[in-house]
Design a binder for this molecule. Sequence first.
Ligand SMILES: [Zn+2]
Length: 375
Amino acid sequence: MNGSFRVGNLFGIPFYINSSWFLVLGLLTFTYGGNLATQFPQELGGIFPWILGLITALLLFSSVLAHELGHSFVALSQGIEVKSITLFIFGGLASLDRESKTPAEAFWVAIAGPLVSIVLFGLFTAINIYAATTGPVASIIQLLAYINLVLALFNLIPGLPLDGGNILKSIVWKITNNPYKGIIFASRVGQAFGWLAIISGLIPTFLFSSFPNFWNILIGLFLLQNAGRSAQYGEIQGALADLTAVDAIVPDNPIVSENLSLREFVNEYIIGKESRKEFLVTDEVGQLLGIINVDDLKIVNTSEWPLVKVKELMKPVTNMEAVNAQTTLLEVVSLLEQKQINELTVIGENGVLVGLIEKSSIRRLLEKKSQAKPA
Ligand SMILES: [Zn+2]
């Protein structure tokens, strides 16, 4: 997140605070301090209410943190790395390295946060009842109980990016057996809630000509933006999971036989064709031998092109990644990202070279798919 800085580690998880957090901390300290000062004018004098206000605000953030740790611990128990926990203007965010592997596991990661908040609500309520607290302390504990309840209920709204959205996603995933359908569905619901929040924020203006509720509008925009992004992510991932490596091989396959002469190579593959620099070279049975670069043709005099074979100019391939033709594009993309490469070869049965995949050929395929689909 932009404008976040690391404040340390929590149970080995990098812990960040976003600068927008200080704004909320200041506002909450001011609000709670002011409330306490008017509620308890006898007990609290001087700066005491503001100190208590600050402590309350920090306890509130600890509640948010406990909620995020709930998600994180369940994720860790599933072998998922928690990259960071960040506190920001709308609460907290635990950033996980990857998705859960099954819908049931995803469900438990999602519900763990709200469960922690519910437990804290119960705990603070019980303290107030059984410890018979009075005065400012009772007021603060009551507020903490209330805030944890709100935290649980708000997060259970069933639209992404909220926890309830992740729960809904896991349910749709379980029913359809397709995680991406779950993501897309829960994102659409999240977008609907985003619009609802914006509309509810504007209602005072339309009905009573008063100020709009900026907080609702801000939350609505936050939901819309994130739900839109996850819908797009779900659509792309879903499309990639449905396609295989063969679907994305570069058109006009840049594969040449080692026994072609340079003249034949130029006539058949270069003149009048889309310009490309590199071609894969195969032997008689179609196995990959090397790469020929068009620039290297300059080394040989044009008059000798009919006499020189492609294999004489080719460079052997050393460490080109290869995938099986039936590999899903989802796996191909994660391999490209993991190895930080731009292209790889596709191998069919018997090790025969089928073609080449480039990042750009995957992108073009996805664009074609999204255009072909009725809106
Ligand atoms: Zn949560």
